[in-house]
Design a protein around this ligand. Sequence first.
Ligand SMILES: *Cc1c(COP(=O)(O)O)cnc(C)c1O
Length: 351
Amino acid sequence: MGFEQNIRKVEPYVAGEQPKNPGVIKLNTNECPYPPSPLVKEAEGKIDYEKLRLYPDMNAEKLVDALAEYYQVKPSQVFVGVGSDDVLSMAFLTFFNGSLPVLFPDITYSFYDVWADLYRIPYKTCPLTEDFHIRKEDYLVPNGGIIFPNPNAPTGVLEEVSMIEEIIRANQDVVVIIDEAYIDFGGESVLPLIDKYENLLVVQTFSKSRAMAGMRIGYAMGNEKLIRYLKDAKFSFNSYTMNLPSIEMGTAAVKDDAYFKETTGKIIATRERVKKEMKKLGFFFTDSMSNFLFAGHENVPAGELFRALKENDIYVRYWNKDRISNRLRITIGTDEQMDRFLEFLRSYLNN
Ligand SMILES: *Cc1c(COP(=O)(O)O)cnc(C)c1O
């Protein structure tokens, strides 16, 4: 043992693979299959190289202002971070500091229990129903805070705003975090509720609907007090987390709403088309409102399909975990990618 006894040991989050081979059809980490807005490229070209020797604006004011304007909130209600993973982990550290357990679903984003363990936060998971919905009653008990994604991941299941509002209203002594990483693919955001409930924090990201996973931009919106507490914690770690290119290019992305609507609209249309085709092939799945499907097949085990797809350079995500071991999570790609995916399934299932 020796020195190892005092080391903080953690079981890290396992991210989806990033294959080196460019021929892979990559449907495994929910990235956007389209490039970012052309305005982002333009903004990149205008970045003053000489300025890189300076520390960036610690408040990322330009990006915060653009987000505040876009979402019609005050800049003091916006917090930005290096991907929403950074924002969420900061929120865990800041807001989940009680002795009662923090509550989240048993099937959800697998970073939540990692952060809870890392920060020694007590937590309790609440089982989703058979059809992967949240049971409201599970969250109407004493707790140390609440977090879940809406739509949930990896299930894609969207919950009604009215139901989420009931949970927020019943839990005004703790912070409720709604992780809206996939809200732009057809769901209704709870953002309008931040002025009504001081305990609500809404977290979103540029990684999925804004096609900028590589820039690492995430943000939270909520009551000014919540945002101030988040900043205090963040500035106690590292004040200059968002780099200059991310601030410039992120700001440009927010300003191109037409492109944003066009790409998210395309992904939604492809998703609905793929649902129909997969149904014909004997797949069952949730009515996903995200940029991925959560599907299983009536005859072929998901693990087998996962391996067969991978051998043919089509990467999807599979977890050999309780309750979801017969499902694949399939990111919606371009129409062309999805046609090749469907073509493979047709030939595989016919043999
Ligand atoms: C992808 C994802 C995130 C975080 O993504 P970032 O790239 O860190 O912004 C957060 N929550 C859920 C549920 C996600 O699927």
